[in-house]
Design a protein around this ligand. Structure first.
Ligand code: AMP
Ligand code: MG
Length: 324
């Protein structure tokens, strides 16, 4: 399932593996790299097995199958991520919605049955996606959905948690320099081997993966982007993408095409990037500023850049089609 390359002094140990519905690449520098990557890969598979919405045996599937019937006891990992997801739902007044899965299934974006649903189907599905129907029992570490047919989806936050867990393992193994890239959800550990900060690319939302519109210089930071280019289809010249607005039942459409968050913890970056994307420019920037634990870069469909107050000096534009 994964392969590793042997490292020389300033050449990293490198691992590529498929988990969490995406391609993950981890590069570590220094001694102990092989052991650290071996542990990291096991941890990624473990998190995927617990939190996947697709795997029949995952804890999320168990919660979804018991919807409307009974509480399910889950691991500390899953309970923590669900609690964090709900924290972001409350903070964004429902823009972030871990109960959105029935709507995700209806649209099928990125699958072989993607299409614009009928209005009546959207209307019916909207009744099922209230995040307040995710009931928590702290004492028994158990979760239940109130109504049959409801489903939990941690797709907007699990990769952030996984990146934090990989970082923890690398640090425990004495690694001081690494890049953790979980399908574009990045954590830059320490500095580059030459001592300079890591330079992380921000995806150009209008082109292809790996084409950057700018970079940020970071040390011990997570860089996460939510964008309309990740998964989408085009119909009649309109783009239908994978980040959904629970009020309309349609892909979020408020002028934002990408929202990047720079933070200490990747779970916060992943949560906040989705929040900011759905909340839109003004509210999104306001939310990020209010947390005191993150900076943000938002791009609107007129190619304009909007940033939080602490970002200047870190962020460099490399494609001047994008302007403040
Ligand atoms: P991200 O790329 O982190 O913004 O997460 C997007 C993924 O989260 C989608 O592919 C869906 O599985 C799920 N999702 C879609 N809309 C929302 C939403 N409003 N809140 C939370 N998760 C969502
Ligand atoms: Mg996210």
């Amino acid at each position: 399932m994964f392969f590793m390359k042997r490292a020389k002094k300033t050449i990293p140990f490198e691992m590529n593996l498929y988990a969490l519905g995406t391609v993950n690449q981890i590069k570590v520098y220094g001694k102990n790299g092989e052991k650290a990557l071996d542990e990291a890969s096991k941890r990624l598979y473990e998190i995927d097995n617990k939190m996947s919405a697709f795997k029949d045996y995952s804890e999320i599937s168990k919660i979804n199958k018991s919807a409307g019937k009974s509480f399910e006891k889950v691991s500390e990992d899953t309970y923590y991520v669900i609690k964090k997801a709900i924290e972001y739902s409350n903070l964004s007044e429902g823009a972030f919605n871990p109960a959105v899965r029935p709507l995700v299934n209806l649209w099928g974006i990125g699958t072989d049955h993607q299409e614009i649903p009928k209005d009546s189907d959207i209307k019916n599905t909207l009744k099922l996606i209230n995040y307040k129907d995710i009931l928590l029992d702290d004492k028994n570490r158990s979760v239940m959905l109130k109504v049959t047919g409801q489903c939990v989806d941690l797709g907007a936050i699990a990769k952030g948690y996984a990146a934090d867990q990989v970082k923890k393992i690398l640090k425990k193994n004495g690694i001081k320099s690494a890049i953790i890239d979980l399908g574009g959800n990045i954590y830059a550990l320490g500095n580059k081997p030459d001592g300079a900060p890591w330079r992380v690319g921000i995806q150009n939302p209008l082109t292809f993966r790996g084409d950057y519109m700018g970079t940020v210089n970071v040390t011990d930071k997570s860089v996460v982007t939510s964008g309309n280019y990740e998964r989408y289809f085009i119909k009649d010249g309109r783009r239908f993408h994978h980040i959904l607005d629970s009020r309309t039942g349609y892909p979020s459409q408020n002028g934002i095409i990408s929202a990047t968050i720079i933070s200490d913890y990747s779970i916060d970056g992943d949560g906040l990037s989705t929040c900011a994307y759905v909340m839109g420019l003004e509210e999104g920037i306001k939310l990020v500023e209010s947390t005191d634990r993150a900076e943000g870069i938002m791009i609107t469909e007129d190619n304009k850049l909007h940033v939080t107050s602490g970002i200047k000096g870190t962020f460099e534009i490399i494609n001047h089609e994008f302007k403040y």
